[in-house]
Design a protein around this ligand. Structure first.
Ligand SMILES: Cc1cc2nc3c(=O)[nH]c(=O)nc-3n(C[C@H](O)[C@H](O)[C@H](O)COP(=O)(O)O)c2cc1C
Length: 199
């Protein structure tokens, strides 16, 4: 069933009328999970971020979106650098730590939850991140509640592992999707599997 959500003000009349529906609809997206970390004169901070994506391959650039309330903002601007660590399934507690919801016996924002290296920029890099992008801040754009940081990638590292996913308000792991089957086209297969079948 398709639900169409019309804008409506909440009882208190505060906030944009679509905010609740927007947050709920964005929750339908599956994402990867990263921890964005910085260090330097502005201090050492890290923040869990799912809003990360590729911008350009030549030169390599990525973007991240950070809530304006995050203390990482000031540090990233002062330091001018950050490292985006792409988390694997063993990093669920690291994601929670830097989302301000640490596991029992741990403090929020506590770097002892992981094994860190120092990336070329001086930013903390998770040793077994499945990918890490060490960046210099190229541009900052303010948009609503968030700031968008475009980073120029200076160094990339990667390790084997299974990407940590976030979907349906919980951490998940990828599962292979079997191609759809159509009765009237029994031999229909996605093009990338046709070769495999012929072999
Ligand atoms: C899986 C996951 C992804 C998140 N992605 C982002 C993000 O992309 N940008 C952001 O600013 N905060 C993101 N957060 C939220 C921050 O980590 C935030 O500090 C934390 O949820 C605390 O929010 P609160 O101040 O509303 O309690 C994410 C949190 C989790 C658990």
């Amino acid at each position: 069933m398709t639900a169409i959500v019309q804008p409506s003000r909440g009882a208190g009349g505060l906030g944009h009328p679509l905010t609740g529906a927007f947050v709920a609809a964005m929750g339908a997206m599956a994402t990867g999970v990263t921890v964005v970390a910085t260090d330097g004169a502005g201090g050492r901070f890290a923040q869990t971020v799912s809003a990360m994506c590729s911008v350009s391959a030549d030169p390599p650039m990525i973007l991240i979106c950070l809530h304006g309330r995050s203390p990482a903002n000031e540090a990233i601007v002062t330091n001018g650098v950050f490292c985006v660590n792409v988390l694997a399934t063993q990093h669920d507690h690291v994601a929670d730590t830097f989302a301000g919801r640490p596991w029992q016996g741990k403090e929020p924002w506590d770097f002892t939850c992981g094994d860190w290296d120092v990336a070329g920029s001086g930013s903390p890099r998770i040793q077994d991140a499945i990918a890490s992008f060490d960046c210099t801040v190229h541009d900052v754009v303010e948009a609503g509640t968030h700031k968008i940081y475009i980073g120029e990638v200076n160094k990339i590292a990667s390790t084997d592992g299974t990407p940590l996913l976030y979907a349906e308000q919980r951490y998940q792991r990828p599962e292979t999707h079997e191609p759809s089957v159509f009765e009237e086209f029994p031999d229909a297969r996605p093009s990338y599997l046709r070769k495999e079948k012929a072999e």
